[in-house]
Design a protein around this ligand. Structure first.
Ligand code: AHR
Length: 617
């Protein structure tokens, strides 16, 4: 019997409770949400980004009649931020050129859809370039560009696809002579609200009705060197928002923390605009001059740190300042005179180092002095970071942060047994932003455990003001991290079970949570994540043991994992049926130290149980 006290005042649900955490991980931006179809469009890929990369990654030569030589060079580049380009030397009669393979396993084209092509070229003599999208020998889209003799210039054309493919390639052909090419770009005309985001992915995110968009990521925001872009400098620069705005050909590419090249085609202006387009509040996260995510290279030079503090203030001006201000004016120049109305700013992401305590106040104090209404979010790192988690929390309290960003990735059991986590949180101190959380797996059962957990977030939303699952996007061919909310390839996307839970909750958030009580038998929730055939066996999967019992009560198997390795708690099992259903195997995918300090390790275990006489099944 469920009793609901509808007259009670209950807890008012935070109007911003459910949002999304966008990180450029798993190729979420290039080859993902950013609708650009050409990979390595500016020939900036480099072994620093990823060891197998070269300036010609995704490019190959195309010869028919004439021959082509492709070289990536930096002699008189397009501009100082875009220092490499393709030098195409064609000899002989006819044409030859370069082909781009796109992302994933090819470049997609939709029959009847319109595509916009743009490239920068330089030639000593005028010539006509032919650009096609081909699948095998079939041309599905074609455009010609008349290149003038002289220096770098941009050329554009459009075409309608005569057929569809998900495995095409873009080919640029030139007649004899030398042609320099850069920023070779192909976009579908149809992007979300015309702002350059891939429509299907953007729509799926919008359909979550997120109240906020945390960006540009976690580890993406705070690992790398602090120097601004310069021609001779290490490419692994920490994320610097000012490098990501303005004409795309003037944004320097960078090595992404997750091991690939990031073009910054989606930059801070686009993030703000996207947040607005999906009805979410923009929630940027910036570094406070301390690295996180396993690296500690703090910025201690006061003068350099002052620039970072100023950049943070400038970001708020960029978002909220009037058009008459320097950075508000920049925003207007980029096409958005109206302020974006920034309310929250995140300072740091999992920087469990003492330098965080030294640097954070410089940023927080400057923001408070200049923009007292902006809510400042400090962070606590991951719950698994043990004592550091508590230290970071205490620091946030002392600093009177408005909110604290908590992160955790745990097994289903943790989520099911922690639905009351926030019942006892202090109502006087900083409020909570659960900025990253996920049950470790993408099964229905993971989603169910998250749903159970989210009832606790909602019930406590006087203290838990914001919550976002993490990560949001994963390209199936470039996976850095699982589980993820939305999976996609170059032309399809689907939501994981967790996606549907997020959507269900966010689109049905109530105004108040009133008290309720339940009377009746409380049964444990069994792990049904891979439960094919388990119905015939009375199985119980616990986190310290796996037990398989036949219908007659015979214990076929009982394994106590904690016995062998005290302090280690295996994660949920993945069950599979083999040999006509009589053999089952349970694989423990992850183990996590309950002590919190030792980090992650692989823990694999296989259990086999055979059907015995008398067992059903
Ligand atoms: O969500 C993936 C990563 O997990 C984030 O980049 C980081 O903040 C956390 O460790």
């Amino acid at each position: 019997e469920l009793t609901v006290d509808t007259r009670a005042k209950g807890t008012k649900v935070s109007p911003d409770l459910y949002g999304v955490f966008y990180e450029d991980i798993n190729h979420a931006a290039d080859g993902g949400l950013y609708a650009e179809l050409v990979q390595n469009r500016s020939f900036e890929f480099n072994a620093t980004d990823e060891s197998s990369y070269t300036g010609l990654t995704a490019w190959s030569k195309v010869e028919r009649g004439a021959t082509a030589a492709l070289t990536v060079t930096g002699e008189q580049p397009l501009n100082a931020a875009n220092r490499n380009y393709l030098r195409l030397d064609v000899t002989g009669d006819g044409t030859a050129g370069a082909a781009n393979a796109g992302f994933n396993r090819g470049l997609p084209l939709r029959k009847g859809a319109r595509y916009d092509l743009s490239l920068w070229a330089r030639r000593a003599q005028a010539a006509t370039l032919t650009v096609t999208v081909e699948d095998g020998g079939t041309v599905l889209g074609r455009a010609t560009l008349r290149v003038r003799a002289g220096g770098w210039a941009r050329y554009r054309a459009s075409f309608t696809a005569s057929g569809g493919t998900d495995a095409g390639r873009l080919v640029v052909r030139a007649p004899a002579g030398r042609t320099d090419l850069d920023m070779v770009s192909l976009f579908p005309r149809d992007t979300f609200k015309g702002h350059g985001m891939r429509t299907d992915l953007a729509k799926m995110i919008a359909e979550l009705e997120p109240r906020f968009l945390r960006f540009p990521g976690g580890c993406v925001t705070n690992v790398g060197t602090y120097e601004p872009y310069s021609a001779n400098q290490d490419r692994r620069r920490i994320y610097q928002w000012k490098e990501t705005i303005g004409p795309v050909e003037e944004r320097p590419a960078n090595a992404n923390f997750w091991g690939y090249n990031q073009s910054y085609g989606i930059g801070f202006f686009e993030y703000f605009q996207f947040a607005e387009d999906i009805g979410a509040k923009a929630l940027p996260v910036l570094s406070v001059g301390v690295n996180g995510c396993g690296e500690n290279r703090p910025l201690t030079d006061e003068a350099k740190l002052a620039r970072w503090v100023q950049d943070t203030l400038d970001l708020i001006e960029f978002a909220n300042g009037p058009v008459t201000s320097v950075w508000g004016g920049k925003r207007a120049e980029l096409g958005h005179p109206k302020p974006f109305g920034l309310e929250y700013i995140g300072l740091g992401n999992e920087e469990i180092y003492p330098e965080f305590f030294a640097n954070y106040p410089k940023f927080a104090d400057a923001i408070r002095a200049r923009y007292p209404k902006v809510k400042i979010i400090s962070n606590s790192g991951q719950t698994s970071q043990g004592a550091w988690f508590d230290r970071m929390w205490q620091f946030a309290r002392d600093q009177k942060a408005d909110l604290v960003d908590e992160h955790y990735y745990n097994n289903t059991d943790w989520f099911l047994s922690n639905t009351r986590r926030y019942d006892s949180y202090d109502r006087e101190g900083p409020q909570v932003f659960v900025g990253e959380y996920a049950s470790r797996g993408n099964t229905f059962f993971n989603a169910l455990s998250e749903a159970a957990y989210m009832t606790g977030l909602e019930r406590n939303s006087d203290v838990v003001r914001l919550a976002s699952y993490a990560p949001l996007l994963a390209n199936v061919d470039y996976v850095d991290w699982t589980p993820d909310l939305i999976w996609f390839d170059n032309d399809q996307a689907y939501g994981s079970p967790s996606y549907h839970v997020q959507r269900l909750f966010a689109t049905n958030a109530g105004e108040r949570v009133v008290p309720s009580t339940f009377e009746g038998e409380v049964r444990p929730v069994d792990d049904i994540s891979g439960g094919v055939g388990l119905g015939a066996w009375n199985t119980a999967v616990r986190y310290d043991d796996v037990k398989v019992t036949a219908a007659d009560g015979t214990v076929l198997l009982s394994e106590d994992f904690s016995a062998g390795a005290a302090g280690w708690t295996p994660g949920p099992g993945t069950w599979a049926v083999r040999d006509g259903g009589y053999e089952q195997s349970a694989q423990i995918e992850d183990a996590r130290s309950t002590a919190g300090e030792a980090g992650w390790s692989d823990y694999t275990m296989e259990v086999t149980a055979r059907k015995t006489a008398g067992a059903e099944g």
